[in-house]
Design a protein around this ligand. Structure first.
Ligand code: AMP
Ligand code: TRP
Length: 331
C-alpha cells in the first residue's frame, strides 16, 4: 500500500508558536510525518486576512519555518513550504469559489466568531472566503489525511463537500480527504484563565508560554499559573481547571498518563508540582528555542530550504490545478 498523503498548515500570525500549538499541532505532525508523505505549509495568504504590516508578515513567516524545523519537522522528508510561493493556491481558490454556495460559506462558524466583535461590515471578503482557500490547499495535494484541531473540523468538512461536488459535476478530479482531529486532551488552556484555551489572541500573554520565551520566563509563567485553594492534585476539569491543565501539560511532555502523575504528585503541594511541570516543559522547549534562533541567524539558508521545498510543492499542485482547469473547460 502506498503511504497516505498528509497535509496541514498554520498561519504565521504571531511572533512565535505557543505551548498549545506545540502540543496540539506540531508534536502530532511530527509523529504523522513518519507514517505518510507529508506536506506542511505556512499559510501566509490566510494570514493576510489579519496582518497589515509587510515586515511583520515576512519575519513571522521565517520564524514559523524555523519553529517547524526546530520542533521536529524534517524539511528533507516532509515538504515544508510557504503557501504564497505556490501560485496554484490562489488560482484553485477561485475555481472552488464557483462551486461554493453563498449560504454554505455563510455557515462557517469561525467566520461568525471572528466577526462577532466588530460586526460583519468591518470584515474583509478574504476572511469570508478563507475556508475556500483552505479547501484548495488540501485538494491540490491529493490529500488523504488532514491533522487539525477541532476548531478546523468544519473547514475540512467543507473541503470534502466541495471535492465531492466538483467530482460529480466535472468528473473524477480530486481525492477526498479525511480529517484527523486532535484529541481533546491535546488542548492546552491559558495558565491565567484555565477555562479558556491558550490562544495568541488572548488580551495578555501572562498565561501563554511562547516557544521563544526564555526558560526563566517560562518558569515564572508556570509558577504563577492560576490553581485553586483545595491543595489536592487530581484531574477535575470542572472544579480544578488549573491543576487539570498542568497535569495535561506534564502528561504531554512526559508521555505518562494524568492519572499516574496525579498519584505521584498529590500531597506534595502546588509549588513542587509546578516546578516539575516547568522542568519538563523547559527540558524539551529550551533546545527547540536555541535551534530556532540558530536557524533565524541564517535567513539565506532558511530561504533556500523553503524555495527547494516550494519547487516540490509546485510540481504536485500545478498538476492538480491543471487537471481541475481542464475538467472545467479551461486551458
Ligand atoms: P492557531 O494558533 O489557532 O492558528 O492554531 C494553529 C494550530 O494549533 C491548530 O492546529 C490548532 O488546533 C492548534 N492549537 C491552537 N491553540 C491550541 C491549544 N490551546 N491547545 C492545543 N492546540 C492548539
Ligand atoms: N485554517 C487553519 C488554521 O487556522 C490553517 C490552514 C490553512 C490549514 N490551510 C490549511 C490547516 C490546510 C490544514 C490544512 O489553523
Amino acid at each position: 500500500m502506498t503511504k497516505p498523503r498528509i497535509y496541514s498548515g498554520m498561519q504565521p500570525s504571531s511572533g512565535s508558536l505557543h505551548l498549545g500549538n506545540f502540543v496540539g499541532a506540531l508534536t502530532h505532525w511530527r509523529q504523522l510525518q513518519e507514517e505518510g508523505d507529508a506536506f506542511f505549509s505556512i499559510v501566509d495568504l490566510h494570514a493576510l486576512t489579519s496582518i497589515q504590516d509587510p515586515k511583520v508578515l515576512r519575519q513571522q513567516v521565517r520564524t514559523l519555518a524555523a519553529q517547524y524545523i526546530a520542533g521536529g519537522i524534517d524539511p528533507q522528508s516532509s515538504c515544508l513550504y510557504v503557501q504564497s510561493h505556490v501560485s496554484a493556491h490562489a488560482e484553485m481558490a477561485w475555481l472552488l469559489s464557483i462551486i461554493t454556495g453563498f449560504g454554505e460559506a455563510s455557515r462557517m462558524t469561525q467566520f461568525k466568531d471572528k466577526t462577532a466583535k466588530k460586526g460583519i461590515e468591518a470584515a474583509n471578503v478574504g476572511l469570508f472566503t478563507y475556508p475556500i482557500l483552505m479547501a484548495g490547499d488540501i485538494l491540490l495535494y491529493d490529500t488523504n489525511l488532514v491533522p487539525v484541531g477541532a476548531d478546523q473540523k468544519q473547514h475540512v468538512e467543507l473541503t470534502r463537500d466541495l471535492g465531492e461536488r466538483f467530482n460529480k459535476r466535472y468528473g473524477e478530479t480530486f481525492t477526498i480527504p479525511q480529517p484527523r482531529i486532535a484529541a481533546e486532551t491535546a488542548r492546552i488552556m491559558d495558565l491565567q484563565d484555565p477555562t479558556r484555551k491558550m490562544s495568541k489572541s488572548a488580551e495578555t500573554d501572562k498565561g501563554i508560554v511562547w516557544l521563544l520565551d526564555e526558560p526563566s520566563r517560562t518558569l515564572k509563567k508556570i509558577k504563577s499559573a492560576v490553581t485553586d485553594t483545595d491543595g489536592s492534585i487530581r484531574v477535575d476539569a470542572e472544579n480544578k481547571p488549573g491543576v487539570t491543565n498542568l497535569l495535561g501539560i506534564l502528561s504531554a511532555f512526559t508521555g505518562r498518563t494524568t492519572a499516574e502523575l496525579a498519584d505521584e504528585y498529590d500531597g506534595q503541594g502546588y509549588g513542587v508540582f509546578k516546578v516539575a511541570v516547568a522542568d519538563a516543559v523547559i527540558g524539551e522547549l529550551a533546545p527547540i528555542r536555541e535551534r530556532t534562533l540558530e536557524l533565524l541567524d541564517d535567513p539565506a539558508e532558511l530561504d533556500r530550504i523553503l524555495e527547494a521545498n516550494a519547487a516540490r510543492a509546485r510540481e504536485v499542485a500545478d498538476a492538480t490545478l491543471h487537471r481541475a482547469m481542464r475538467a472545467m473547460g479551461l486551458r
